[in-house]
Design a protein around this ligand. Structure first.
Ligand code: CP
Length: 320
């Protein structure tokens, strides 16, 4: 396994061989998770703390399950009941938890860069569970595993990422990963939801769904991130669905075997037609959720191996 990272803060820090290592190990955890007995001892004796400063269903639940299946002691810090509500800062909160000697810290935060800052202050391995508009690395890795299993490869595919690109950390992490693995990426959305400078990522940009979806192998829909919008980015949800919502008619111009993805939570009838989202012949949305647990197990296993090696090397140094 080739995985050198100390933390998992973003896809931008991973090399293609490290991405392949995560996906290959995750395949083994997919098999484990389908057994009746789902336990492993990869994190035995280790402590994992989950700190979610933003709401989550999939990421929080899958990190918790992943840690428990790997044998870690898992603590979910309830931010709403914590001293954060009394004004304690993110860094003071992290330093307080760091003093309790966790091995893995999983953090979601509304501010871009907050998780990187926190990683520089603690001794354990930090995993970014989504920071503002910046990165959501485990989402991009689970999407890559889903694509690789559905298409048989994660190279030389045409992937259309559609919708609210400007506010999406999922889009950013996927764009970086898919580029590193030599795929052709198209971004589709209204100009108001397209960030400036996307061309530097080497992707094509479209504001017309039917143009952008032509021949696509993978169609990845995104949620409208209303919580990050401070103005009128779309005329109305009805108009948005008419122009950018994915339905069978718009999908008909993609490759005949194109798969449909959505990171969730989804707004049915806004980004995607509800029936299409549930169509098991086209939609891999539930597979994405399943791959999420396996990918998070693989990421924590690989980081724990590096942490043990680092601590072993330090212990050896002090003995000399
Ligand atoms: N895809 C994703 O991050 O979902 P949650 O917000 O439910 O974790």
């Amino acid at each position: 396994m080739s995985f050198r990272a100390r933390h998992l803060l973003g896809i931008e820090h991973l090399a293609p061989d490290e991405i392949r290592s995560v996906l290959d190990l995750a395949e083994r955890y997919v098999d484990l998770n389908r057994r009746t007995v789902k336990s492993s001892d990869a994190l035995e004796g280790m402590t994992q703390i989950n700190m979610f400063f933003e709401n989550s269903t999939r990421t929080q639940a899958s990190f918790e399950l992943a840690g428990k299946r790997l044998g870690a002691d898992v603590m979910n810090m309830s931010v709403a009941q914590s001293s954060v509500k009394k004004g304690e800062t993110l860094i003071d909160t992290a330093l307080t938890l760091n003093a309790m000697h966790p091995d893995l810290l999983v953090v979601r935060h509304p501010n871009s860069g907050a998780v990187n800052l926190l990683a520089s202050k603690v001794n354990c391995a930090v995993l970014n569970a989504g920071d503002g508009k910046h990165e959501h690395p485990t989402q991009a890795l689970l999407d890559a595993l889903t694509i690789r299993r559905a298409k048989g490869r994660i190279q030389r595919l045409t992937v259309a990422i559609c919708g609210d690109i400007a506010h999406s950390r999922v889009a950013r992490s996927n764009l970086i990963l898919l580029g590193k693995m030599e795929n052709r990426v198209r971004l589709i959305g209204p100009p108001t939801l397209m960030p400036s400078g996307v061309a530097e990522f080497g992707c094509e940009v479209f504001d017309d769904m039917r143009e952008g979806l032509k021949g696509a192998d993978v169609v990845m829909m995104l949620r409208l991130q209303k919580e990050r919008m401070d103005g009128g980015f779309i005329p109305s949800e009805r108009e948005y669905y008419h122009r950018y919502g994915l339905d069978g008619e718009k999908l008909s111009v993609a490759a005949p075997d194109a798969i449909v993805m959505h990171p969730g939570p989804m707004n049915r009838g806004v980004e995607i037609d509800g029936e299409l989202a549930d169509d098991i012949n086209r939609s891999v949305i539930q597979d994405q959720v399943e791959m999420g647990v396996a990918v998070r197990m693989a990421c924590m296993d690989l980081l724990a191996r590096n942490l043990r090696a680092e601590r072993g090397a330090k212990a050896a140094e002090t003995m000399v």
